[in-house]
Design a protein around this ligand. Structure first.
Ligand code: A3P
Length: 346
């Protein structure tokens, strides 16, 4: 009898203990939400002094995630939108490319900043004639809800290489900030190839080897008709953009460094966007299983990028790699010269 009572008591204690831990975790997750349900004030006065970045991360980012995600899901009421003065804003900065440069990682990492709101999907407004014909209200309607002081960022890597895009973006906002993330051109081309190869394999289709596509079999020279090669000639594309925007309106992100040591790259972007430095080492942790940095929003929520980011590349014939690197070399030099950012690409 006594033993049975003891077992019952222990079970009750276990249930109560679990409830207490659950409630505590819930409270921790909600604390930012409650805190940010204050009237909106200019960002400078809301942000804690430097050094408290980790606490900022916990409180503001949790809030941003919970409320804005509800909004994105369409769960927010008109009352909430009005109460919080939420708006759908055109982007004040766009990650225009380069495909496979690390555009998704850059967008997700910038979204760690409390003053940044990302458009989750690639919108393809400026590079797709059909979308562009839908007009600016359609584009704005694709943007997430945000507080007026926040900046919206979208990324569509096809913008960088599409002829019509610079003029179209210029017509929308001639002072917009433009972000370009680049990787060593040959690695980027192989990454590009790997993505297409995976798509073909998924559909049980065969595909040529990278070497066959990248080198013209008749001339044994680099095949400049191959899109993955053309996209990596960064300077050619940038020169088209410079007909519309001064070089100061671009910021070049080192995509190779974003993989190995993301924080300094993100801090440079914060500065370019005139944002206070709020992304800290706390927000980024290396996940050995993934082999990449992942994102920590707070003690409860963290995430890595999808498995489609960070694919294993096929082995490429070293002579082809050498040929491509030699081919890209003069274009790279020009790119360094124009942008004022030098990389140690071979
Ligand atoms: P690979 O798949 O070739 O490794 P994009 O988002 O523009 O398509 O770029 C994809 C690339 O982002 C990946 O190329 C990967 O190397 C890079 N990347 C940078 N930081 C990453 C991160 N934290 N997690 C996953 N991939 C990352």
């Amino acid at each position: 009898m006594l033993l049975k009572q003891q077992v019952l008591l222990r079970q009750k204690l276990f249930v109560l203990g679990s409830l207490a831990i659950g409630s505590l975790l819930y409270l921790v997750a909600r604390v930012g939400t409650l805190d940010r349900l204050q009237p909106i004030c200019p960002i400078e006065s809301r942000l804690a002094p430097p050094g408290l970045a980790e606490q900022i991360s916990l409180r503001t980012l949790q809030y941003k995630r919970s409320l804005l995600q509800e909004l994105r899901k369409g769960n927010a009421t008109k009352e909430q939108i009005r109460l919080h003065n939420l708006v759908q804003q055109l982007p004040r900065a766009i990650i225009i490319g380069v495909r496979k440069g690390g555009t998704r990682a850059l967008l997700e990492m910038l979204n760690l900043h409390p003053a940044v709101v990302k458009a989750s999907q690639e919108i393809h407004f400026f590079d797709n004639d059909q979308n562009y014909a839908r007009g600016m209200d359609w584009y704005r309607g694709k943007m997430p809800f945000s507080f007026p002081h926040q900046i919206t960022i979208e990324k569509s890597p096809a913008y960088f290489i599409t002829e019509e895009v610079p003029e179209r973006i210029f017509k929308m906002n001639s002072s917009i900030k433009l972000l370009i993330i680049v990787r060593e051109p040959t690695t980027r081309a192989v990454s590009d190839y790997t993505q297409v190869l995976e798509g073909k394999e998924r559909k049980n289709k065969t595909y040529h080897k990278f070497e066959k596509l990248a080198i013209d079999t008749n001339t044994c020279e680099v095949n400049t008709k191959y899109k993955a090669v053309r996209t990596s000639i960064y300077t050619k594309h940038l020169e088209r953009w410079l007909k519309y925007f001064p070089v100061e309106q671009f910021h070049i992100v080192d995509g190779d460094r974003l993989i190995t040591d993301p924080l300094p790259e993100l801090q440079l972007v914060e500065r370019f966007l005139n944002l206070p430095s709020r992304i800290s080492q706390y927000n980024l942790y290396f996940n050995a299983t993934r082999g990449f940095y992942c994102l920590r929003f707070n003690i409860v929520f963290s995430k890595c990028l999808a498995g489609s980011k960070g694919r294993t590349h096929p082995e490429v014939d070293p002579t082809v790699v050498a040929k491509l690197r030699k081919f890209f070399h003069p274009f790279n030099q020009k790119f360094y010269q124009i942008t004022g950012r030098t990389f140690s690409w071979p």
